[in-house]
Design a protein around this ligand. Structure first.
Ligand SMILES: C[S@@+](CC[C@H](N)C(=O)[O-])C[C@H]1O[C@@H](n2cnc3c(N)ncnc32)[C@H](O)[C@@H]1O
Length: 434
């Protein structure tokens, strides 16, 4: 009797980029995957998508892949384990840290286990002196200097949990140690900030639960996080490990951020912020402040203003002042869409203009770091402003065409949210074909 094997995506020929499941496009695809699961960024994409694009482009170890909007490092991590050299760029210092730590190669995993377990013992000993079950508020008053400088910390964490996190923070900040093990330790601590908080992942952005999380055993949550991390590092120990570097910087200045030896990119696989007013700085604010990746609210505002699609804090003041299309290319592309935005929507209009002004600068820089015939895959969602659809995928393609890239095709991968007309697409382009 012959066995009929079920067809997989790859038996069907090229990977398909239409009608994909949420798991094959979104963060859901990484929740159970080693290392990818260490920190949840909801608007990050599925490793499966990065892998399918790499297959579609038939990438090998002679390629150099760039992800100019690295997020939590999904693309560089996937490429590393395929043995394909890669680099990425991220503007948010905390996300840059996450991707850097996730994409390193670690030796001596038994040594790592001992290191993490010694730290846990030290933390548990320090907690003995913290009355987090009985009088957390008194402790918080005494240690006020160690409460992260985030607005309304009491909204994020119950006093008992905050007291334990303050004790953990004090220990971490007092260490002069440096190096890969210490970074893993810090990432473990950062990864539990949301799980022990009152925030929930019910929407794209974190929201606060109606009933706060009661006091939990934070050291135990940390121990479980460390255990998952070491299990994951063992699980990937036999996979290929290519050279991967995550650069911190602005993708509107790629030619300055990437060292000369990296300016020969053969494929770009990425997902820029969608023009949907999601704020990455806002989403990561507990992490940014907890280990001093950022020092002040004004620095967060600057980060938002420099980022593409930022809207929070100072970025809003920039939009309120009004933003004009930076040149005739952007003006011509946006005019039909801006006309559809009503007078009361001038802030939205400024948002859209700034977004595409920034994307223009980015595309110009991509052209500077790409090799001839470089292939691009941009994953992007469209938006609606005052019920008018903004075809972000087509507009992005048009911006790149201005810089000598040719549109291969736009595949609409899936419908987004329940609102009709919203989708996520992948825009395929190639340099220099016509
Ligand atoms: C859609 S997310 C990318 C998610 C990524 N694909 C992943 O799986 O984690 C967009 C990222 O671009 C970053 N970003 C926004 N503006 C940037 C800029 N000008 N330069 C570099 N990174 C930027 C944001 O901080 C965010 O992490």
């Amino acid at each position: 009797m012959s066995v009929v094997r079920q067809q997989t995506l790859f038996d069907l020929g090229e990977p398909s980029f239409t009608n994909r499941t949420a798991k094959a496009v979104t963060f859901r695809g990484k929740l159970s995957l080693p290392i990818h699961r260490w920190y949840r960024l909801t608007p990050s994409f599925s490793p499966r998508l990065a892998d399918d694009i790499a297959d579609y482009f038939a990438l090998t170890n002679r390629d150099l892949v760039l992800d100019p909007f690295s997020g939590v490092g999904t693309v560089p991590l996937c490429m590393k384990h395929r043995g394909i050299p890669a680099c990425s760029v991220e503007i948010n210092p905390y996300l840059h840290f996450v991707a850097t730590v996730k994409t390193r190669t670690y030796a001596d995993l038994s040594g790592l286990e001992r290191y993490l377990s010694d730290f846990l013992a030290e933390y548990r000993a320090a907690l003995q002196a913290v009355p987090y079950q009985t009088r957390p508020d008194r402790y918080l008053l005494e240690e006020a200097a160690y409460i992260p400088k985030i607005n309304f910390p009491e909204r994020w964490w119950s006093s008992g949990n905050l007291a334990q996190l303050v004790c953990l923070r004090k220990l971490l900040l007092s260490r002069t140690a440096d190096g890969p093990f210490f970074d893993l330790l810090r990432l473990g601590a950062l990864a539990i900030l949301v799980p022990v908080s009152n925030a929930k992942h019910n929407h794209v952005s974190l929201t606060f639960a109606e009933s706060p999380l009661p006091t939990v055993d934070v050291a135990q949550v940390l121990a479980e996080q460390f255990a998952n991390m070491t299990v994951d590092l063992r699980a990937v120990a036999d996979k290929p490990q290519s050279d991967v570097t995550v650069f911190r910087g602005n993708s509107k200045e790629l030619s300055r951020v990437l060292p000369r030896s990296y300016r020969r990119v053969t494929a770009v696989i990425t997902s820029p912020p969608y023009p949907n007013r999601f704020s990455y700085a806002r989403e990561t604010r507990p992490h940014l402040f907890y280990l001093n990746f950022i020092e002040s609210a004004s620095a967060v505002g600057q980060l938002e203003t420099d980022a593409i699609g930022g809207t929070w804090g100072k970025a809003t003041s920039v939009l309120t002042a009004g933003v004009e299309p930076k040149n005739d290319v952007v003006k011509k592309l946006l005019t039909p869409h801006l006309k559809a935005i009503p007078e009361k929507g001038q802030l939205m209009a400024a948002y859209v203009v700034k977004y595409f002004n920034d994307l223009y600068d980015h595309a110009e820089e991509v052209a500077k770091v790409c090799a001839p015939k470089c292939r691009l895959a941009y994953v992007i969602g469209n938006s609606k402003f005052f019920n008018n659809p903004l075809p972000s995928d087509e507009l992005l393609a048009a911006v790149f065409e201005h810089f000598g890239f040719t549109l291969d095709r736009i595949d609409r991968m899936r419908k987004r949210q329940s609102k009709s007309g919203l989708h996520e697409a992948v825009v395929f382009l190639q340099r220099g074909l016509s």
